[in-house]
Design a binder for this molecule. Structure first.
Ligand code: EPU
Length: 339
């Protein structure tokens, strides 16, 4: 076990923010993780667990022990003629895992192609895109309980998945480390979900009539590449805010004033695309200092010059929140974890 001192976390967060951690350790197994947690630093200092670093914004040097989870491995268990349970360790890269499943012709994850990050953080915020969320294919996950040092299994119901939400962001926050995740995928009779308008349009563009799961993945990759910046090239953390859900009455009132406002009914609420609100408030493509709102998808905040500090990005996001609030009376909530 190697604990490094004063290490820059720049390579470990997709915003590319240059912030350091007082101590840093990379762990490759549960044993190594437990050993690290038993070290005197871990007993006395705050802990920060890092997965792919694709959903965090580091705003100040971290005066504690950052632990990067690099547990690797994938295993499979065919459970009936139509389904397989596939388990991936927390440190597996999400997109490579999705590609592995597609090569084996396991269905269920194709709409989630090209999402940055690692498998271990996928349940935290119930990652979702193009009509699918991981809760739709989630079987269970194994976690280390930091209070008891026991390994526990969480099944679907216990995870309390919601829109970009789970128990791990609520009551369980800071209590568990996700070690591996098991998904229930199909081996035949795949359920193809192409209802999301953009996928339908892209499949038409590719002249595909009866799409396979691999075709759906290709369409999703094309759509994402057309408007979401590659974090390896331009620092970002995907959607910076959640799409707000507002009461129907509030939406109807806004519609009187802004007749083009889009909204998707969601029970007694209406989900309004935050990207639209941000664009209409004049932020799309706008740059202040080193930070900008992405020109092709206003919901994504980018480290435009590569030199942005976490504080600058945070302040930029506050300006967006204030300006959307002033124009529409809607308070945007950050999706990215602020550290
Ligand atoms: N829109 C604009 N201007 C913009 C961006 C969006 O007007 O600059 C409007 C358009 O009307 C568009 C609508 O917003 O039709 C929805 O846009 P898009 O399909 O790009 O999806 P989104 O709601 O902005 C969500 C997820 C994404 C996910 C896509 C596709 C959230 C917070 N974000 O974005 O997830 O990829 O749907 O399913 O729910 C992420 O979480 O990091 C992420 C990228």
């Amino acid at each position: 076990m190697l604990i490094q001192e004063n290490l820059s976390l720049k390579p470990y967060n997709t915003f590319g923010v240059d912030i350091s951690a007082r101590y840093f350790a990379e762990v490759h197994s549960v044993e190594e993780l437990i050993e690290t947690l038993q070290s005197s630093n871990a007993q006395t200092l705050p802990l920060l667990f890092l997965g792919g670093g694709s959903n965090i914004l580091l705003t100040k040097d971290f005066d504690g022990l950052a632990i990067r989870l690099s547990l690797k491995g994938i295993k499979e268990e065919i459970i009936n003629e139509n389904e397989v349970l596939v388990t991936a360790k927390a440190g597996e890269n999400w997109h490579q895992f999705v590609m592995y499943c597609l090569e084996k012709n396991y269905g269920g994850l194709e709409n989630l192609s090209l999402i940055p990050g690692n498998v271990g953080t996928s349940p935290m915020q119930n990652i979702g895109a193009y009509g699918t969320e991981i809760k739709d294919v989630f079987e269970s996950c194994k976690v280390l309980n930091l209070d008891t040092s026991e390994i526990e299994t969480f099944y679907l119901e216990q995870c309390r998945f919601g829109y970009r939400d789970s128990i791990f962001k609520q009551e369980g926050k800071g209590k568990y480390v996700i070690l591996e995740v098991t998904f229930r995928l199909t081996t035949t009779n795949h359920k193809i979900d192409v209802e999301y308008g953009a996928i339908e349009a892209e499949l038409e563009n590719l002249e595909i009539v009866n799409p396979t799961i691999q075709d759906v993945s290709k369409a999703v990759i094309n759509i994402r590449q057309s408007k979401l910046p590659d974090p390896k090239v331009i620092g970002n953390a995907g959607s910076f805010f959640k799409n707000p859900t507002i009461p129907i009455a509030q939406f109807e009132a806004l519609k009187q004033q802004f007749e083009n406002i889009p909204g998707y009914p969601n029970g007694d609420f209406v989900k309004v695309p935050a990207g639209w609100l941000i664009e209409q408030a004049g932020w799309k493509g706008k740059q202040i200092g080193n930070v900008a709102s992405n020109q092709l998808q206003a919901l994504v905040i980018i480290n435009a010059t590569g030199n942005a500090t976490g504080k600058e990005i945070f302040d930029f996001s506050t300006m967006i929140i204030d300006s959307v609030k002033e124009k529409y009376g809607i308070e945007l909530e950050r999706e990215v974890n602020i550290i």
